[in-house]
Design a protein around this ligand. Structure first.
Ligand code: G6P
Length: 482
C-alpha cells in the first residue's frame, strides 16, 4: 500500500458521511448522510482532512473499488466535504466484525441488553468473530497510518473501532490520537461478562489514545472503573485520567448538542410543511405524544407503547383526545433480535388500535419507513416528546424536539439517557422499565399548564443547543494539542 501521508486531521468511523446505491445498469448514486459527526466536521475547512470509513454494501464496495486507495474524491466522486477513504473489507470479515462483535457483543454490553441466562456465550464461533474484529480494526489502523502526516490529529469514533487507538499508536507513535464513544460505557460488573482477554483488549485498545471522550461524566467514570477493576490501572477521578503501563490517557466529557440553526431552517422547508399538513389532517385538534427512533432494542419502544396503552386504560379521559405518533425506522435487520423486536412493535401497535380505535379516532400513528422530513413535521407538532431508552449514550431526539416543537413540548425522558445529565431539570424523568410510572409521566406531561410548558421548552432548547456539533468537534481537536 503506497503511503499518502498528507492528512493533518483524520476521522475514522464505521459508517461514513456518504453511501452509494446502484442502478441495474451499474450506475452509482452517492447520498450524503446527516448526524452529529457530519455537522461537526463541517466546522473544519481543511483540504488535508480525511474521513476513513467502511464500505457497508455492494454499491459502496464498487465505488471504493473504482477509487485509488479507496479515496472516493480521487475516484471522481463529489463527496461534498472532506476527502473520504472507504475501506473495502472482505464481506465475511466485515459481517463478523460489524454484526457479530460490534452490534451483537459490544453494543449489547454497553447498553446492558443481554438476557443473561441465554447470552452471551463465548464459544468457538465467537472466537472466530473476534479474530475478524481484530482484522477489521487493523484495516482501519493501517489506512489511517498510511494517510496521516507527521504529528497529525486522528479522531477515532465509537465502539466498532475500539481496538484502533492502540493498533495505530503501534504503527505511528508520532500521531495525536483521540477516541470518542457515542454509547454508554458498561458498569464494571457487567463489563466483566467479556472473557478476560477480550475485556483487556477493549480497554487497552481505548487506552492507546491520548484522550478518550464520552458524552457524560457517568460514562467516563464507568470506563475508568473498568480500567481499575480489570487492568489494575491507576485512576484519577478528579482529574479524569487513567494511567497504565507508563502512559496516561486523559478522559474528556463532550455532550454533543443538537444543531439548532440547521434544524430550525430545515424544519420549515416545503417538504416538511407538506407532511405537517398531512399529519394535522389525521390528528385534528388532539394532543400529540411524539417519538422518533431507530427500531432499536435499547430505545425501549415496546415499553413505550405499553405505557401508552396503560394511559388509555387507566385514564379514559384521554381517549379520543390524544394521538401517539411513533416513528420507528428500520435498523440492523441482519440481526434476529432486531427483526423480532420490529415484529413486537407492530404487534403491540395493532393491539392498541384494536382495543381503542373508533370511527373518528386513530389512537396511534406508527410509521416504519425512514423519512427525515416527516420526523421534523412530527417534531413541530409535538405536545409531548417520549424518549425512554433503557440506556443511551446521549439521545439527540430528546434535544431536537424541544428546539423544533411549535407550541412547546413536555419532555418525558429516561434517566438512563446521556441527555438526562443536561436536561433533567426541565424534563419529566422516568425509570424506563417502569411502565406504570411512564404512563403517569405521560399524563403529567399532557396536563402541564401551557405557560409552564413554554418556559420549560425554552430552557430545554437552550440546554440542548449549548454545544453545537461544530464546537463539539473543535473542542476535541483542541484538547489533542500538545
Ligand atoms: C448509534 C452508533 C453509531 C451508528 C448508529 C446507527 O448511534 O453510535 O455509530 O452509526 O447507531 O447504527 P448503524 O449500525 O446503522 O450504523
Amino acid at each position: 500500500m503506497a503511503a499518502l501521508t498528507t492528512a493533518r486531521i483524520l476521522v475514522a468511523s464505521n459508517r461514513g458521511p456518504v453511501s452509494f446505491s446502484s442502478a441495474p445498469d451499474g450506475t452509482l448514486t452517492l447520498r450524503r448522510g446527516g448526524g452529529g459527526l457530519v455537522s461537526g466536521l463541517s466546522a473544519i475547512d481543511d483540504p488535508n482532512a480525511v474521513w476513513v470509513c467502511a464500505a457497508l454494501g455492494e454499491a459502496d464496495r464498487a465505488a471504493a473499488g473504482r477509487s485509488p486507495h479507496g479515496r472516493l474524491d480521487r475516484g471522481g466522486f463529489d463527496v461534498g466535504g472532506q476527502a473520504v477513504r472507504m475501506l473495502d473489507i472482505d464481506p465475511e470479515v466485515f459481517d463478523q466484525a460489524y454484526n457479530g462483535v460490534a452490534n451483537s457483543t459490544l453494543w449489547f454490553l454497553h447498553h446492558m441488553l443481554y438476557n443473561t441466562p441465554a447470552a452471551p456465550a463465548f464459544d468457538a464461533e465467537a472466537a472466530e468473530q473476534w479474530r475478524a474484529f481484530e482484522a477489521y480494526n487493523t484495516a482501519f489502523a493501517e489506512a489511517l497510518a498510511a494517510e496521516a502526516a507527521e504529528g497529525a490529529a486522528v479522531l477515532v469514533q465509537d465502539y466498532h473501532l475500539t481496538l484502533v487507538p492502540a493498533l495505530l499508536r503501534e504503527l505511528r507513535p508520532d500521531l495525536r490520537i483521540g477516541y470518542f464513544l457515542h454509547t454508554p460505557w458498561a458498569p464494571a460488573d457487567y463489563f466483566r461478562l467479556l472473557p478476560d482477554p477480550l475485556a483487556t483488549a477493549v480497554l487497552t485498545g481505548v487506552l492507546g489514545a491520548d484522550r478518550a471522550g464520552f458524552h457524560t461524566r457517568r460514562w467516563a467514570l464507568a470506563f475508568a472503573d473498568c480500567c481499575e477493576a480489570v487492568l489494575g490501572a491507576a485512576v484519577d477521578r478528579a482529574d479524569l485520567s487513567v494511567s497504565y503501563r507508563g502512559r496516561t490517557t486523559r478522559l474528556g466529557v463532550h455532550g454533543l448538542g443538537a444543531d439548532g440553526e440547521f434544524l430550525r431552517e430545515r424544519a420549515h422547508r416545503a417538504d416538511v410543511d407538506q407532511r405537517l399538513a398531512a399529519l394535522r389532517e389525521t390528528v385534528g385538534d388532539r394532543r400529540t405524544i411524539v417519538r422518533v427512533d431507530r427500531t432499536e432494542l435499547s430505545k425501549n419502544i415496546v415499553r413505550g407503547l405499553l405505557a401508552y396503552r396503560h394511559l388509555l386504560r387507566s385514564r379514559p379521559e384521554w381517549r379520543e383526545r390524544v394521538v401517539h405518533i411513533a416513528f420507528a425506522y428500520p435498523s440492523r435487520q441482519d440481526l434476529a433480535e432486531y427483526r423480532d423486536y420490529t415484529a413486537a412493535v407492530r404487534r403491540i401497535s395493532e393491539e392498541i388500535d384494536a382495543e381503542f380505535a373508533t370511527d373518528s379516532w386513530q389512537p396511534l400513528i406508527l410509521q416504519v419507513e425512514d423519512d427525515f422530513a416527516r420526523s421534523l413535521a412530527a417534531y413541530r407538532l409535538a405536545d409531548v416528546a417520549l424518549v425512554n431508552p433503557i440506556r443511551d449514550g446521549m439521545n439527540l431526539v430528546a434535544k431536537e424536539i424541544p428546539v423544533v416543537s411549535e407550541a412547546g413540548c413536555a419532555l418525558v425522558l429516561s434517566r438512563e439517557a446521556g441527555a438526562w445529565a443536561e436536561l433533567a431539570e426541565d424534563a419529566i424523568g422516568i425509570n424506563p422499565y417502569d411502565v406504570v410510572g411512564t404512563a403517569d409521566a405521560l399524563h403529567r406531561a399532557l396536563s402541564l399548564p401551557a405557560a409552564e410548558r413554554t418556559e420549560r421548552t425554552k430552557r430545554l432548547a437552550a440546554a440542548a443547543t449549548a454545544l453545537s456539533p461544530q464546537q463539539w468537534f473543535l473542542d476535541q481537536l483542541a484538547a489533542l494539542n500538545p
